[in-house]
Design a binder for this molecule. Structure first.
Ligand SMILES: Cc1cc2nc3c(=O)[nH]c(=O)nc-3n(C[C@H](O)[C@H](O)[C@H](O)COP(=O)(O)O)c2cc1C
Length: 188
C-alpha cells in the first residue's frame, strides 16, 4: 500500500493547517492509502534551534520520510514565507530527502496576497531537497476554514471541492508512481 507522510509546521495549536492535514489524511485513507501526520511542534525545540542533526528524537520522522511514497508539506504563511520551525526541521533532513517522492504543498494564510510565497519561498527549498514531482499547491485563506470549539473542521464549499479534487489526483499519481517504481526495480 502506498504511504503518505504529512508534515504540519504551525507552531500554534489548534492549527488550521494541521486540521487540513487531518482532513487530507482521512480522505486519502478512504482512497486506499496509508498515512501519518507529524507535527514539527512536537519535536524537541532545542534540537531544532541548535541544528542537532544527530538527534535521536528525529529518527522516527526521518524513517517515516524515507519510506514515504508521497509527502504533504503544509505551512501557514508567516511573514510572506513558510514558518521558521518548518525550515529548522527541513534543515535537519538528509540532502535529498524528498527525492523520488510525490510532494504536495498545502498552505494557509490570512490573505490571498501571499499565495505566491509558496512558489518563490517554499518550492526552491523543496527542490534543493530533491523534490522533482511537486503537485500544484492547495492554498486557503483563514475565512475559508472554521475550527469549531469541539475540534471539528468546517471548510468553505469552494475550498473543500478544490481540496478533494487535488487529493483525488494526488492519490492516483502516488499509486501510479509507486507501481512504476516497483516495476522498474523488478526489471532492474
Ligand atoms: C507570526 C505570523 C505571521 C503571519 N504572516 C502572514 C503573512 O505574511 N501573510 C499571510 O497571508 N498571513 C500571515 N499570517 C496569518 C497565518 O498565515 C494564518 O492565520 C494561518 O492560517 C495560520 O495557520 P495555523 O492556524 O495553522 O497556525 C501570519 C500569522 C502569524 C502568527
Amino acid at each position: 500500500m502506498a504511504y503518505i507522510l504529512a508534515i504540519a509546521s504551525s507552531p500554534s495549536h489548534p492549527s488550521r493547517t494541521y486540521s487540513i492535514l487531518q482532513y487530507a489524511s482521512n480522505f486519502l485513507e478512504q482512497q486506499g492509502l496509508q498515512t501519518d501526520i507529524i507535527s514539527v511542534r512536537d519535536l524537541p525545540a532545542e534540537d531544532l534551534v541548535y541544528g542537532r542533526y544527530d538527534s535521536p528524537a528525529l529518527d522516527e520522522s526521518r524513517a517515516q520520510l524515507e519510506k514515504a511514497n508521497g509527502v504533504i508539506i503544509s505551512t501557514p504563511v508567516y511573514k510572506a514565507a513558510y514558518t521558521g520551525v518548518l525550515k529548522a526541521f527541513l534543515d535537519l533532513l538528509p540532502q535529498k530527502a524528498l527525492s523520488g517522492k510525490i510532494v504536495l504543498p498545502v498552505a494557509t494564510g490570512g490573505t490571498i496576497a501571499h499565495l505566491l510565497s509558496i512558489e518563490y519561498a517554499l518550492k526552491p527549498v523543496l527542490s534543493e531537497l530533491g523534490a522533482r514531482h511537486i503537485l500544484s499547491t492547495v492554498y486557503a485563506v483563514d475565512k475559508q476554514i472554521q475550527l469549531q470549539a469541539d475540534g471539528s473542521l468546517q471548510l468553505d464549499a469552494e475550498l473543500e471541492q478544490r481540496l478533494q479534487d487535488v487529493l483525488s489526483e494526488y492519490a492516483q499519481v502516488v499509486k501510479h508512481f509507486q507501481s512504476f517504481t516497483k516495476e522498474l526495480a523488478r526489471i532492474g
